[in-house]
Design a protein around this ligand. Structure first.
Ligand code: 5AD
Length: 350
């Protein structure tokens, strides 16, 4: 059987088969069709809009690819106060958002107690809360879950262990996997994902990333191209391509039909209308930035980030118009993935 047909019918491929798909453009047309058909059938026309609040760019880590890394002293740092964070969430609710994604560098700027209050206050606005704040202890993850956090995003970035080690000084691959398992155990709707186009990353290692996502049965997967950033050890690297990131994302959709897949900002950075192209090839989520003012530009994971001069309300309107123009709907639900809903149903039934 043809590889794409097999992927579509069995939702399973070997590393070698994924590698084959990634290594030529021969399968592209069939792959993209299969991804869009899978999206249509399993997660329908709804696009979930989630407000991304980049509340602090302070980071204690030194990841080689990331502009927020501690050793980048060319970046002005900020941390919004708990009141400012809740205030921006409140405003986002008035634009129609039903989920706030709280993202920051990995830092110790907020006490666990204070951050729990932030979560409680945002939940009290009838908003779902997704956290994207890195590796924490099990107790800290539990505290945030008990405070009402619904979801957690923690990309594995790459499952290639030597590459992981080279890019993440003083971090551990095993510890990151452990964090993901703890998040799932605690009942978070759990998202992961990876970067595409890292130096020395092979098609085989990307194939392993995809199998890792399937094995761990994540609810959400974010795929983005690596974009070289100034003042980082990888500033002169080549970077990933839009096309390869799109292919990886499409493969993830075909192999994981019911999960949520964001059309990432990094894709839009490499290609005008990149997020719309992503939505037409498997994605069903967009996370417009709801951070305001100069903070939008200061949350500089990589250069060329789009919409840094816009307001949150403008972004909401702009992306909504584009989504409707491709005959898709803006979801009115709180944005849980089909995967998570099914998982809960089964747990209740058996
Ligand atoms: N290019 C693209 N994505 C990046 N990220 C960090 N640095 C870069 C970069 N230079 C991504 C990481 C992280 C997410 C918040 O941003 O995958 O998980």
């Amino acid at each position: 059987m043809d590889i794409i047909q097999k992927a579509f019918l069995r939702r399973a491929l070997s590393v070698e088969e994924i590698e084959a798909v990634l290594s030529t453009d021969r399968y592209d047309e069939a792959l993209f069709k299969a991804a869009d058909l899978t999206r249509q059938r399993y997660v329908k026309r709804d696009v979930h809009l989630k407000g991304l609040l980049e509340f602090s760019n302070v980071c204690l880590r030194t990841c080689h690819y990331c502009g927020l890394r501690r050793e980048n002293d060319g970046l002005k740092r900020y941390s919004l106060s708990p009141d400012e964070i809740v205030g921006l969430a409140k405003k986002a609710a008035t634009y129609g958002y039903r989920t706030i994604v709280l993202q920051s560098g990995e830092n110790r700027e907020y006490s666990v107690g204070d951050f729990c209050k932030v979560i409680e206050n945002i939940r009290a606005l009838n908003l779902s809360v997704t956290l994207s704040i890195g590796e924490k202890s099990e107790n800290e993850y539990r505290a945030y879950k008990e405070a009402g956090a619904n979801r957690y995003l923690l990309r594995i970035e790459t499952t290639d262990k030597p590459l992981y080690k080279a890019l993440h000084p003083s971090m551990s691959y095993e510890r990151r996997v452990k964090c993901l398992k703890i998040l799932k155990k605690l009942g978070y709707e759990t998202g992961s994902g990876s970067l595409v186009g890292l130096p020395h990353q092979t098609a085989a290692s990307i194939a392993e990333d995809i199998l890792f996502f399937q094995e761990n049965d994540f609810d959400m997967i974010g795929i983005g191209p690596f974009i070289p950033c100034e003042n980082t050890p990888l500033s002169a690297a080549q970077g990933g391509s839009f096309d390869m990131a799109l292919k990886v994302m499409a493969l993830v959709r075909v192999l994981m039909p019911t999960i949520n897949i964001p059309a990432t900002t990094a894709m839009e950075t490499l290609r005008p209308n990149g997020r719309i192209l992503a939505l037409q090839n498997g994605a069903n989520v967009v996370m417009p930035v709801i951070t305001e003012g100069e903070y939008r530009a200061l949350y500089r994971l990589y250069p060329g980030k789009v919409c840094v001069g816009d307001t949150p309300s403008h972004c909401r309107g702009c992306i909504s118009g584009k989504i409707r123009s491709i005959n898709r709907d803006i979801s009115v639900t709180n944005g849980d993935s089909e995967r998570f809903i099914i998982r809960k149903e089964i747990r209740r039934a058996v």
